[in-house]
Design a protein around this ligand. Sequence first.
Ligand SMILES: Nc1ncnc2c1ncn2[C@@H]1O[C@H](COP(=O)(O)OP(=O)(O)OP(=O)(O)O)[C@@H](O)[C@H]1O
Length: 374
Amino acid sequence: MSEVSLNGITKYYGGYLALPEMNLNIEKGQFVTLLGPSGCGKTTTLRIIAGLETPSAGALHLSERCMFSDKSHENVPPEKRGLGFIFQSYALWPNMTVERNITLALRQAKMPQAEIAERLAQALKKVQLEGLQDRYPSELSGGQQQRVAVARLIAARNGILLMDEPLSNLDAVLRTEMRAELKRLSRELKATTVYVTHDQVEALTMSDMIVVMNDGRIQQAGTPYEIYHHPANLFVAEFIGDPKVNLFDATAERRDGGLRISGAGFGFEMAAHGFGGGAVRVAVRPEHLRIHTSPREGAVEARIDVVQPTGSQTIVSLDMPDQRVTALVAQFRESWPQERVWLDFDPAHAMVFDAASGENILHRAEAPASIAAE
Ligand SMILES: Nc1ncnc2c1ncn2[C@@H]1O[C@H](COP(=O)(O)OP(=O)(O)OP(=O)(O)O)[C@@H](O)[C@H]1O
């Protein structure tokens, strides 16, 4: 059985349905991120796992123990669920020293003094806060306060860690550092981590599995690679990726056992079995759009609009006859030698979605097996 298991978990706030029947299984030791736009139900899901919110229906199991069930009326309180938390506001006690903040739960659990001292020393060392144990939170920087929250998790040694946007108060440099630190922490503790963010870079860089949500529903659960390269639907394709994916209206016709896709001046063949043809939307990631300086077969004319170097890459905005598109070039460019160019892409990198349902026409055959979500 899974380490974290939600079965038909439903949550109403008054008459408002925030989570319609969520099913999600997370395996032991996985780092799983709940990702989605504001209001999609990420925090509600995490708070239900924590026991801070009571579901309206369904069942929740942690490490095979029933924590909530609408059938058996089980509802284990948060402090008895054996979880570690880090929330956005660190939740440090301002009137307690670093040492007290880290060891409070261990003292409350009446752990022997020697063990508490050993765990404190080890946790302080891990987050490089040795020597600061007598300070109060107000005497620490934001990053150091965050490290105290991490040290508290290390000291508690919980098997399941819940993190809700823990890095959102930090500046960009610190955020990048802490991303690596939290990932390392989760790995070293061999913990199962459920991490909430609306930041796709955080999700892509840290997770074994990403669960993309919208309107309380799971849109896709998969590895970062699957989510990025094989999005299940247009919502996922557009939500993931910065700059955003380019979309072209096109039609798909059945031909010789495959599909002929044509639209926006582009045309290509693809093998797809489960789709009969009709209106589609073709999605091409900016890094897969190729810019040519002379005309070539299959390429569509475009004009360079804006060139923005970001350091290792350059974002190029282009005007095609009926739409604006974005290309990402793996070089530092401040300008383009000519305004008139020709665009194409390798069809192997094109993602094709049913225009009516928004579903990826190839996705069914490629659904991830290692995480179960419906
Ligand atoms: N206590 C509450 N009472 C009423 N509605 C709520 C409550 N908490 C959340 N909601 C609503 O439930 C939906 C899901 O909220 P939730 O906080 O889980 O989303 P989220 O994805 O975590 O968003 P954010 O990224 O903004 O934190 C939202 O529409 C929200 O307005």
